[in-house]
Write a protein that binds this ligand. Structure first.
Ligand code: HEC
Length: 158
């Protein structure tokens, strides 16, 4: 059989192009997955991620729960999570609505500690020796999110 070097090198070039395309696709896919996982899971950083929209009246079920999990619960979890700083209170967990909802019966967001501190102004400045929340290096709350949390805490935290 007669060899056809031209055809063979064309085939090689096609193969190389296919490999390059596959590698590029994999890199793009990895970047997209990485970006997506950052945007909703990561609540540490300088800039507010997309503002959480809370319904009226503000309820745990229509936005407050999502907001707390995203911007408070990353630190306020029991047992302490990877990014919970030393000194994070272990008496309450802001990923849960109340003690009945927590697997270990630890207090939740509705129970008095978080609620009374929010109505005392902890989202706007220190309350006694407790620093403003979230801590300064964590993703800040938008004004609308602060107002929603305060309204929720002040109107029964349902
Ligand atoms: C980056 C971690 C982090 C984030 C995010 C965070 N906190 Fe805190 N929080 C702490 C630490 C640490 C303390 C302990 C007090 C201190 O260090 O000033 C604390 C204390 C508190 C306390 C006082 C508890 C007590 O014993 O009286 C409340 C209430 C609270 N946080 C609510 C919140 C709320 C609500 C949010 C979200 C809007 C939030 N925190 C976000 C780390 C965090």
């Amino acid at each position: 059989m007669k060899r056809n070097p031209g055809k063979q090198s064309r085939r090689k070039a096609n193969w190389a192009r296919a490999v390059r395309a596959a590698v590029l696709a994999a890199v793009v896919l990895a970047a997209v997955v990485f970006a997506a996982s950052c945007s909703d899971a990561d609540s540490l950083g300088d800039e507010a991620v997309t503002e959480v929209q809370v319904g009226t009246p503000p309820l745990w079920s229509n936005g407050i729960g999502e907001l707390m999990r995203l911007k408070c619960g990353i630190c306020h979890q029991v047992p302490a999570g990877e990014v919970s700083p030393d000194g994070t209170p272990q008496s309450f967990d802001l990923n849960y609505y109340n003690a009945a909802a927590h697997p270990d019966g630890v207090l939740g967001a509705q129970d008095s500690t978080a609620r009374t501190n929010i109505t005392s102004g902890i989202l706007r400045g220190p309350v006694g020796s407790i620093r403003q929340m979230p801590l300064e290096y964590a993703t800040p709350l938008t004004e609308q999110e602060k107002t929603a949390l305060e309204a929720w805490a002040g109107t029964g935290a349902f």
